[in-house]
Design a protein around this ligand. Structure first.
Ligand code: FES
Length: 144
């Protein structure tokens, strides 16, 4: 008398269902980050304008912040003079870094360099960093 009452076909079907389920989970786990990376961020109007304190931006330095869900940066090249840009490289979308000593942006991905006015100095970026509107209001800076 056998205790094994599962046929080989039932075992094969069970294994097939398990493999298909695992493959589906693996596919979703792989595709989700790619989808999130490629999908544009939603137009969140609540963050259409960002307020910063003047003290957050050093003269000759940079301050990075989030603008509409994306990295942005504001500079104070001279006392009281502020400029803001998207910090997303116009080549393939890496986030640029500010180089204090050279007073320029460097993209860590492919070596693209941008001047403090956002224009391309060298490297593969096809166009300048996107400029953001800046308005001063007392000790506050409004970007956007
Ligand atoms: S992504 Fe910036 S240089 Fe390629």
């Amino acid at each position: 008398m056998s205790t094994n009452n599962v046929s080989p076909n039932q075992r094969r079907n069970f294994l097939w269902v398990m493999v298909a389920g695992l493959a589906s989970l693996l596919g979703v786990a792989t595709a989700w980050p790619i989808f999130r990376f490629l999908s544009p961020t939603g137009g969140d109007d609540s963050s259409a304008t960002v307020e910063l304190a003047r003290g957050q931006v050093p003269v000759g330095g940079a301050h990075f912040f989030q603008y509409r869900g994306r990295p942005a940066v504001i500079l104070q090249p001279a006392q009281g003079n502020f400029v803001a840009f998207s910090a997303v490289c116009t080549h393939l979308g890496c986030v640029v870094a500010w180089q204090d000593d050279a007073a320029e942006f460097l993209c860590p991905c492919h070596g693209g360099r941008f001047a403090s006015d956002g224009t391309v100095i060298s490297g593969p970026p096809p166009k300048p960093l996107e400029s953001l509107q800046v308005a001063l209001n007392g000790d506050q800076i409004q970007v956007g």
